[in-house]
Design a protein around this ligand. Structure first.
Ligand code: KIV
Ligand code: ZN
Length: 384
């Protein structure tokens, strides 16, 4: 019960982002990396959406042996037929089918009623279950769906064989306590919930995707849907690296995953490069500044003991190491640290003089280069 399944949708929700589209061979290259990373389920695409996406899902289904390969569909027979066909060579195929369940989706998008939506959901799951062993049902916009109705539709689809129930916060609306309560409500009010796994799929419109996902896990969800670097529709999806590192940092959450965290940085770089999506420098875990220290007070602490200002050892996520960046806000300890790295041994007075000169350079230049440092240290006439 404490196994947490990691479902990666970089190649489906992430790939929907303008400019991120991939050819099937490129998807396969990323899929191999996700498989090696330890992702349990790879959502490979939306097979009915285009011939190239059909090709991608078929290719991944044929080549990826360890991770489950999943294809998205609407609750429509044709979509399910096409997905089943794309997945026919998969060792572990999964169809992810579903429909909007919120009042807004039912009324404005689907022009339907709750009764009709339950019927369409049940028919889709039953149809899909006839084609593949594993079926996941998504209740689109579950974040804004009334809990009582959500429990009703979840019970109905589990009854016809849904193995996993995805509770997406499609619009990134929920607060962490609301989302956690929603998962807890389903755990406590769906009579057959023991026959399925609840999954989170949170979007980041309010910057709460990771917090909501963790709240969902703490309330009983045992699958998390996420993407590398948090890419995805609009403000993105929950980022895989954040969820995994939170679980590793906070043992009391009490769930286990299979992710080999030492591969996180290299996968992040590949996804960013291949999908043309730069990672913001201050992005948690994988941003270029995630382990960089630039203020004098912090640098002094990190030089004395890394843990004073770092909760994660960069090696744990495959990053190069902690960095002491020199800016006009750096202190003497940081300058001395760089002097030593470059082979200079500075006496107290020499360090004082070098620091004075350094501040003049740092106030002018945005980045203090190694050549600047050599010049400063040589000017103070001290070397090892
Ligand atoms: O955000 C969402 O609701 C989705 C579904 C298609 C699972 O991506
Ligand atoms: Zn989504």
């Amino acid at each position: 019960m404490n196994k947490l399944y990691v479902f990666d949708t970089t190649l489906r929700d992430g790939e929907q982002v303008p400019g991120c589209q991939l050819k099937s061979e490129e998807k396969l290259e990323i899929a191999y990396q996700l498989e090696s990373l330890g992702v349990d389920i790879i959502e490979a695409g939306f097979p009915v959406s285009s011939p190239e996406d059909f090709k991608s899902v078929s290719l991944l289904a044929a080549e990826i042996k360890e991770s489950t390969i999943c294809g998205l569909t609407r609750a429509v027979k044709e979509d399910i037929d096409v997905a089943a066909n794309a997945l026919k060579h998969a060792v572990n195929p999964r169809i992810h089918t579903g429909i909007g369940t919120s009042e807004s989706h039912i009324k404005y998008k689907l022009n339907s009623t709750q009764e009709e939506i339950v019927e369409r959901a049940v028919n889709a799951v039953r149809y899909a279950k006839d084609k593949v062993a594993e079926v996941e049902f998504y209740a689109e916009d579950a974040g804004r769906t009334d809990n009582e109705f959500l429990a009703k539709i979840v019970e109905a689809v589990i009854h016809v064989g849904a193995d996993v129930i995805n509770i997406p916060d499609t619009t990134g609306y929920c607060l962490p306590d609301q989302f956690g309560e929603k998962i807890a409500y389903l755990m406590n009010n769906v009579p057959n919930i023991d026959k399925a796994i609840l999954s989170t799929h949170c979007h980041n419109d309010l910057g709460l995707a990771t917090a909501n996902t963790i709240s969902g896990v703490m309330s009983g969800a045992r699958q998390v849907e996420c993407t590398i670097n948090g890419i995805g529709e609009r403000a993105g999806n929950t980022s895989l690296e954040e969820v995994v590192m939170i679980i590793n940092q906070h043992n009391h959450i009490g769930v286990q995953h299979r992710i080999d965290t030492r591969q996180i940085t290299s996968v992040s770089k590949s996804v960013s490069k291949m999908m043309n999506m730069p990672v913001q420098p201050n992005k948690a875990i994988v941003g270029s500044n995630a382990f960089a220290h630039s203020s004098g007070i912090h640098q002094d602490g990190v030089i004395k003991k890394r843990e004073t200002y770092e909760i994660i050892n960069p090696e744990e996520v495959g990053a190069a190491g902690s960095e002491i960046i020199l800016t006009a806000r750096s202190g003497r300890a940081a300058l001395n640290y760089h002097a030593k790295k470059l082979g200079y041994e500075l006496e107290t007075d020499a360090l004082k003089a070098a620091y004075k000169e350094f501040l003049l350079v740092a106030d002018k230049a945005k980045n203090v280069e190694e050549s600047h440092l050599h010049q400063i240290f040589q000017n103070t006439k001290t070397y090892a």
